[in-house]
Design a protein around this ligand. Structure first.
Ligand SMILES: [Zn+2]
Length: 108
């Protein structure tokens, strides 16, 4: 049986960590001068990396929030595609997974 309460705590902690990291990234991006000149291209690339990190953090937060919602409605741990249980091992590895391993591998 999946320990939903335990996973819920882990997910909530993860959201906090990600949110703090995103705030750091936003602060970092704000303090940089805008890359007006070609000499600043390197800095522009660094900003792109930071923006990429920000976006992947935001999408992970969205997935985690969706998982927390599914816990509220009791749909957590169910494959969104076939309705079968996602499986304890997979949820331990990817707590915000929405598909069982079979559907996820078919989707690739
Ligand atoms: Zn499935």
């Amino acid at each position: 049986m999946v320990d939903v309460d335990k996973i819920k705590k882990q997910l909530e902690q993860r959201v906090e960590i990600l949110s703090a990291r995103i705030e750091d990234i936003k602060g970092e991006l704000r303090t940089r001068p805008s890359p007006d000149f070609e000499e600043q291209a390197t800095e522009g690339e660094a900003d792109e990396v930071l923006e990429g990190l920000e976006n992947s953090g935001l999408s992970e937060i969205a997935q985690i929030r969706a998982a927390l919602d599914r816990m509220k409605t009791g749909d957590y741990g169910e494959c969104q595609t076939c309705g079968e249980p996602i499986g304890e091992k997979r949820l331990e590895a990817i707590p915000h997974a929405t598909q069982c391993i079979k559907c996820a591998s078919l989707a690739d």
